[in-house]
Write a protein that binds this ligand. Structure first.
Ligand code: PMP
Length: 386
């Protein structure tokens, strides 16, 4: 009986402690988000412990895969494009208007989700060599999807050209209901502005303005330009660095002022001809979104497929972070930069999307984590060439 009494007293004590510990949570009121759009932006900035410990720098990554609509930084861009079009009267919510876009996936996924929330249709054109998870997801989100063969921008059926043409076909066809809008992420200012007014200020706030470098890959260039345009005037000593995958001409553009030359071998083969498993970054033309921030880019770092795969596995094995290919490229470049700058610096980069979106392509090419070859060293990852 006495033992039962003691046990009851102990339980009461534990319960009292538990109540005390949740009371502070109860004080935080009114944290309710307005639909999925309310879950876009204000993403956490994560210190990547393994890379920070290994380099003596603080390597921080903005967890953009935690954006709550399409789970990538493109949520910010898709929302910005739609809001700007609505302000200009080019789209009317819940009217059944159709948004057309050429995308390697992420922007399409963000658009498709927001389209459902705002009562639009989404029509997505994408290259057919992108991970099948992306087109599957688009279909489940109710988008119409056209997958086309990879082609250079001069080809009229290149995915961006096709999306633009489909929008024109819509607007000139009297039988098509509603308006048709080409979202045009590569050329629209709504893209870099989303990062100028969101990603950039968030990074500044989260670091208290204390950072030495920002490093990111570029697809449209909207992220790099928008963040650089916001941060550079405030932090003139900030180093802005492009991370570039195989076949992309941007590395040469930043390093040598031309898209293609023979000084750097990989750059002589065009992005759509290179059999890389890295998706979402790397391009062979200067888009408006890249051009608007081009002068603010201080340097470029080339990253190979093997380096990206090695880094993706490293992040799982050491930090429990499971990301896709462009995030892995960003982390390789951030680590190389940390080695260049030396210990004591703070470098910010982005984690763009989850590895779950890359299981059939990028992750399919890796050995299982903890696989036969044993632990890999960070230096071995950074030195792998192919
Ligand atoms: N990561 C992923 C997964 C992407 O899809 C993209 C854009 N295509 C980027 C990075 C690059 O971002 P930005 O277009 O702003 O250069």
């Amino acid at each position: 009986k006495r033992r039962a009494h003691i046990r009851q007293k102990e339980s009461q004590g534990l319960l009292d402690k538990a109540i005390e510990s949740v009371e502070s949570l109860e004080e935080e009121k009114d944290d309710i988000r307005e639909g999925i759009e309310g879950c876009i932006g204000n993403t956490p900035l994560i210190k990547i412990k393994s890379l920070s410990d290994a380099t003596g720098c603080e390597i921080l990554a903005k967890a953009e895969f935690l954006n709550g609509a399409g789970n990538s930084p493109k949520d910010r861009v898709a929302l910005s494009i739609i809001q700007m079009a609505e302000e200009r009267g080019l789209l009317i919510p819940h009217s059944g208007d159709t948004i057309y876009e050429g995308t390697v996936g992420s922007t399409g996924i963000s658009l498709a989700a927001i389209c459902q929330a705002r009562g639009y249709k989404a029509h997505i054109c994408m290259p057919n060599d992108m991970a099948v998870e992306k087109s599957d997801l688009l279909l489940k989100l109710g988008a119409e999807v056209e997958r086309v063969r990879p082609a250079p921008i001069v080809d009229q059926d290149q995915f961006v050209n096709l999306a633009s043409r489909r929008a024109i076909e819509h607007t000139t066809n009297a039988n098509k209901p509603g308006r048709g809008l080409f979202a045009d992420q590569f050329e629209t200012e709504a893209n870099w502005r989303a990062h100028y007014s969101g990603t950039g200020p968030e990074i500044y706030g989260q670091t208290g303005g204390h950072l030495d470098a920002f490093v990111s890959g570029a697809g449209t260039g909207g992220t790099l330009s928008g963040v650089a345009l916001y941060l550079k005037p405030k932090l003139p000593n900030l180093k802005v660095v492009l991370a570039d995958p195989p076949g992309s001409g941007l590395y040469n553009r930043v390093k040598f002022g031309v898209m293609f030359n023979n000084k750097e071998k990989e750059g002589t083969r065009r992005r759509h001809q290179v059999d890389t498993i890295i998706e979402g970054i790397g391009i062979n033309r200067v888009t408006h979104n890249f051009d608007v921030g081009r002068e603010l880019i201080d340097d470029a770092i080339r990253v190979t497929d093997d380096q990206a795969i090695g880094m993706a596995k490293w992040l799982v094995e050491n930090d429990g972070i499971f990301v896709g290919s462009s995030s892995a490229v960003n982390c390789v470049a951030a680590t190389k930069l940390a080695k260049q700058l030396g210990p004591g610096h703070r470098i910010v980069t982005l984690l763009c999307d989850s590895g779950a979106r890359h299981l059939s392509k990028f992750w399919a090419s890796t050995e299982p984590v903890g696989g036969a070859e044993g632990d890999i060293s960070l230096d071995a990852i950074l030195e792998s060439r192919s």
